[in-house]
Design a protein around this ligand. Structure first.
Ligand code: NDP
Ligand code: OXD
Length: 310
């Protein structure tokens, strides 16, 4: 019976995931991490923001499963052992991302905020018809989440393009890749959706230079990581009107401090890192399937490339 340890940021979350994973892995012994415990001999760890002590104690681990899609935090752990790390791939997050983007995109392009204000004043105030062509969307990152978002936005009728590290073919929309094609991608983009992983190459990518290359009345929707944004540059672009609005789900520091200027900025919409949440059943199914594959000596998908950081 293989031993599997679950360790997250809080004892409550660890207990919850322990219950979920034990139900999904009936043939294995799933153990909840407790501070101060000695080695359990676990072969696999299922983690989200685990305590450092986990890797000091559990020295027999053969693979780590991250309970999220982004791996920037786990890869930054100083004591992370040199063993395979697997991340969630979609696992029900892609439709949530698409819903989030379409909600804010259509809200802005169709003026739904304005109708809410008009209703509060019992005012009948139709706005001019919207041409989707005036709202070209650009998705940075065409992975599991970005590709789904791009296709969903295209299905609603907005012109879409995507930007990734490597070239894409037959996507049904314009794609750009690499640093040399970033300017052309930005020049046709009014609504920038960020779904890049946070790596040394992408940290701070949403900065003054990038914002200046977007089309006028730009909108920034950041649903990837706060570290992608240079906050001072985004605030300056919002203050000047160069960027007409920012929809921010993720921040350089989370929770966002109550004093942060984003909270009260009239051009900013904030959500608390909920654009796509990990779904228990889907995550448990994906992780248990991968454990079964590894136990059978087969490869499992979702393995993170340490050299690229995603
Ligand atoms: P993937 O790893 O599947 O996709 C990453 C994409 O980014 C790929 O298309 C990749 O290009 C591209 N990319 C990576 N580095 C570069 C670079 N230097 N230049 C250009 N393109 C680059 O990730 P997911 O789609 O699964 O997730 C994306 C991110 O979303 C996660 O890393 C996480 O930070 C965030 N996230 C946020 C959540 C939230 O609630 N706010 C929830 C879940 C995830 P290529 O295809 O060529 O390799
Ligand atoms: C994730 C996240 O990466 O929740 O899955 O941000």
């Amino acid at each position: 019976m293989t031993k599997i340890i679950v360790a997250t940021a809080t004892p409550e979350a660890t207990r919850r995931w322990h219950t979920v994973m034990q139900a999904a892995l009936p043939g294995h012994e799933v153990i909840a991490w407790e501070p101060g415990q000695s080695s359990t001999g676990a072969r696999y760890a299922i983690v989200w923001a685990p305590p450092r002590a986990l890797f000091e104690v559990e020295t027999g681990l053969e693979a780590i499963f991250n309970l999220g899609a982004g791996v920037d935090a786990i890869l930054a752990l100083p004591d992370l052992p040199d063993i395979p790390v697997y991340r969630l791939e979609d696992a029900g997050m892609a439709p949530q991302m698409a819903e989030y983007v379409i909600h804010y995109l259509s809200g802005m392009s169709r003026g739904f905020d304005s109708y809410a204000r008009a209703q509060a004043q019992s005012r009948w105030a139709p706005l001019p018809a919207v041409r989707h062509a005036d709202w070209p969307v650009g998705v940075m990152g065409l992975g599991k989440l970005g590709m789904h978002v791009a296709r969903a936005v295209q299905a609603v009728g907005y012109p879409v393009a995507g930007w990734a590290r490597s070239a894409r073919e037959q996507t049904g929309f314009d794609t750009f890749h690499g640093a040399e094609q970033l300017p052309a991608f930005l020049a046709r983009t009014r609504v920038l959706v960020n779904l890049l992983p946070l790596t040394p190459q992408t940290r701070g990518i949403i900065n003054r230079s990038l914002l200046e290359q977007l089309r006028p009345d730009a909108v920034v929707i950041n649903i990837a990581r706060g570290g992608h944004v240079v906050d001072a540059d985004l605030l300056a672009a919002l203050d000047s009107g160069r960027v007409q609005a920012a929809v921010l789900d993720v921040f350089n520091q989370e929770p966002l401090s109550p004093e942060h200027p984003y909270w009260q900025h009239p051009r900013v919409r904030i959500t608390p890192h909920v654009a796509a949440m990990t779904l228990e059943a889907e995550a448990a199914e994906q992780i248990s399937r991968r454990i079964a594959q590894l136990e059978a000596g087969e490869p499992a998908s979702g393995r993170v490339q340490r050299e690229t950081g995603y």
